[in-house]
Design a protein around this ligand. Structure first.
Ligand SMILES: [Fe+2]
Length: 352
């Protein structure tokens, strides 16, 4: 049942929806015009820095929405912004692979818009071991990945996960913008605020009794590109997390507003801990029971709370070709200062 909100949007269970208004779009256009005059790519530290500053000039209602979402004043795990400008003609055909060129893309305005709206939540960043740190990933169907737990999959359910659940500096939020989704693929979400967690389950799930391995997108063979070559040293930290994962809890923080650290495909209870294995399975089935499906349309942007909601994607049949499904995704952190030892410099936005 949709509920009215003081912000003027609607709150449907785990999702808060807001359609951008004409005045908001006009203010947004002015900021995008300014940034595109200065930058030919969003993929530089200088752009990311300028974006953080420009986001302070976004329309007040969007900043208020981001503020309330960030600080858990809204009872939802995701916000759906509708009506973000996406020019279907200018963006050209959907790419066949994530390894698209970085510079002078036909999607520059859409990319700047997405980074700017994402920066209302915090600072955008990339992973050195994932597409060489590219901020804005392409999510497109890839035939040889169709059965994998990767963004290119389609024939298998992309199971419940937090993005980079294995990493201490995983993003606080994701901002996903839909360019095309004619196949009507369904993004799935589940919000921890909708779950009742009994004391016995909390005791187990909030203890460091679980191991999470880095997901496949951070492996060297998933990072072969025609546009750059990654130094093997970049993967040393990831390799250590593979060979010697540190036990972590699945839930943490405040008992009544917990944070989640879950990746169904790459996570398990410690060896021999049957009680933890059963509690983890219970949590996953609770996420299933409270699942929310969103069929994104062009111009839909999802802000997903990567610590209060898990996400995934249902099985779908891609229309492989120039109009196949095409989403873009960017990571957002609330604590850029904390990750400084893992970045190339204070200005740099790539975490190793
Ligand atoms: Fe994901």
């Amino acid at each position: 049942m949709a509920q009215a909100s003081p912000l003027g949007g609607s709150d449907v269970s785990a999702l808060y929806t807001h359609r951008l208004t004409a005045p908001e779009l006009a203010e947004l256009k002015t900021l995008v015009d300014e940034l595109t005059q200065s930058f030919g790519s969003v993929e530089t530290a200088e752009f990311a820095d300028a974006c953080s500053l420009a986001a302070q000039q976004l329309p007040r209602r969007l900043r208020e929405l981001a503020h309330r979402f960030k600080y858990l004043h809204l009872a939802c795990g995701a916000v759906l912004l509708r009506g973000v400008p996406v020019d279907d003609e200018r963006i050209g055909p959907s790419p066949s692979h994530w390894d698209a060129p970085w510079r002078n893309p036909p999607t520059l305005r859409e990319e700047v818009t997405q980074c700017l709206l994402a920066a209302a939540l915090g600072d955008i960043f990339g992973w050195r071991t994932q597409e060489n740190g590219r901020f804005l990933r392409h999510i497109v169907p890839i035939p040889k990945e169709r059965n994998e737990q990767l963004g290119g999959s389609s024939s298998t359910t992309l199971v419940w996960h937090n993005e980079e659940a294995f990493h201490e500096f995983r993003s606080d939020f994701l901002a996903i913008l839909c360019y095309r989704n004619e196949e009507q693929a369904e993004t799935i979400l589940s919000y921890i605020g909708n779950l009742h967690i009994p004391d016995d389950k909390w005791r187990i799930l909030s203890a460091p009794r679980f191991l999470i391995l880095p997901d496949k997108s951070h492996l060297p063979d998933q990072n072969v590109s025609a546009h750059w070559r990654l130094d093997d040293h970049a993967f040393e930290h990831i390799q250590r997390m593979h060979s010697d994962p540190r036990p972590v809890p699945a839930l943490s923080g405040a008992r009544d507003k917990p944070f989640i650290q879950v990746d169904e495909a790459f996570m398990r209870a410690a060896d021999g801990d049957e009680e933890a294995a059963q509690a983890f399975d219970w949590l996953l089935r609770e996420f299933d029971a409270k699942k929310l499906g969103v069929v994104m349309e062009p111009g839909d942007m999802l802000w997903i709370d990567n610590k209060r909601a898990v996400h995934g994607r249902s099985i779908y049949q891609p229309n492989y070709g120039p109009r196949h499904r095409w989403l873009r995704r960017v990571n957002v952190t609330l604590s850029l200062r904390a990750s400084l030892p893992y970045r190339e410099s204070a200005l740099g936005r790539h975490i190793v």
